[in-house]
Structures are given as structure tokens and as C-alpha cells.
Design a protein around this ligand. Sequence first.
Ligand SMILES: [Zn+2]
Length: 272
Amino acid sequence: MPTTVADAAAVAEALWPAAGAEAWDAVGLVSGEPAAEVRRILLAVDAVAATVDEAVGAGADVLLTHHPLLLRGVTSVAADRYKGALLARLIRADCALLAVHTNADVVARGTSGVLAARLGVDVLAPIAPDAFGGGIGRVGDLAAPTTLGRFASTVASVLPATAGGIRVSGDYDRPVRRVAVCGGAGDAYLSSPAVLGADVYVTADLRHHPAQEAREQALLGGGPALIDVSHWASEWLWLEAAAEALRAALPDVEVTVSELNTDPWDFAVLPS
Ligand SMILES: [Zn+2]
């Protein structure tokens, strides 16, 4: 019996149960024929023109992305809108689109769990525990204390390079041992006890006001230094762990990870 799109979706459900997704999320099969055969799966963080082209060009039968292409209300999939154009391209190429989003954030080998492991963090607990023994974000300790500056260099060496690089809020020589991490946009957890109790918080998409408020509060009452990284980079690391899990469950399917950088920023300019 050949592996089908429905089989691949069932394996994804077993690895990353949809019940673990946030209430606002939209995970699972976005487009595609459940009965169609699957020989190749391509994994990417984002469904964008570049990754859809890559999937179609590689003859993939499923494009599995972390970010759902359809999340907020969509009233048109006309091909002069990019979402419609991408879906039309995928459907014509018989390539299904499958989204595994916050349901992959909460599990042990999820986005934050993998990021923490790659940064050398011995995980103690989720930042925001859920009802299933997992949860968003991870907090834990480094094997040995280091400084904020050295730890930031570790972060830079572990993550794929992006135009925005890595931004740090805090003293370069500040001692760091307890680390909180949240792959993707983690500003919602800046005042969580697990984050406030850490020496540094690594996450993405930190804006002026949330970052400044956390920094000022830390000066007054204690709190973590901040390391702001690329959203895409912080979640891209998870794809290889996801691919390994899919290969183990679907040994007849070729599973590959997209190496394309889908961070939306192309370059940064510093004053000379
Ligand atoms: Zn994300």
C-alpha cells in the first residue's frame, strides 16, 4: 500500500497532536487530495513563493510548513493574491500543503525544545505549561555559567545567518546560567515567572515597547537580559528534528528540509 497524503497527515497528528495547538491556530491539511500518493515531503518554516517553487521543482507530494498559509480570514484565493497564487501552483502540481504550527511548539522535541537543546540548555520545564505535559517555550540551565556576550556568540553560531543578526539587551559581562527560550514571537511571555527567573531570554520579534518595558522592569526588580533573533532562524532548527521523526514513521518517503532563508529581511546597513 503506497503512503498517502492522509497517512502523512495522520503521522503529523501523532507527532504533533492538533489538540495541543492554540485556540486561534489553524493546523493540519491546508490543501491537497488525501488519497494521493506521497513519495517526497519537503519541510519549510514558511509557505512562500520560494519554498513552493522548491517543493514543485523537487517533485514533492507534500509541503509541510510550520506557519499556516491560511490563518486569518481569507475571502479570495484568486491568483492575483499571493496566497491564491501559491495554492493554485501547489494544487496544479499535486503537492499537498500541511501546517504544523503551535502544536509543534508545545511538544518536547518542538521548536523551543530543539532550540534549547542546540543552545546547550538542559531543559527543566515549559515557560507556559499546557494541559498535556508540554507547553510553549522552555527554561533550563547551561552546564556551566558563561557571560551574556559569550552566550550571544553561541546563539549566533547555532542559528542560520540572517540580515538582522542577533540583538542583545543587557551587559556583555552579565553572568548567564538559567536560560529561557521561545522559538518565534515570544513577547507574550516576557513577564512569565519562568522568564523573569532566567538570566537571559532568547526569542524573536521583540518590539520597542515590550523590550523596553522588560528592560526597565529588570533594572528595578530583576529580570532577564534579552536576545532577539530572527523568527525564521529560531524555528528553522526544528525542521531537521521534524524530518527525522517523519523519516522514522514513513521509511518509504524521502523527507528533506528546505535550506532557503525565508526571513523577510534581505540586508541591514550599519553607519560607517
Ligand atoms: Zn513562527
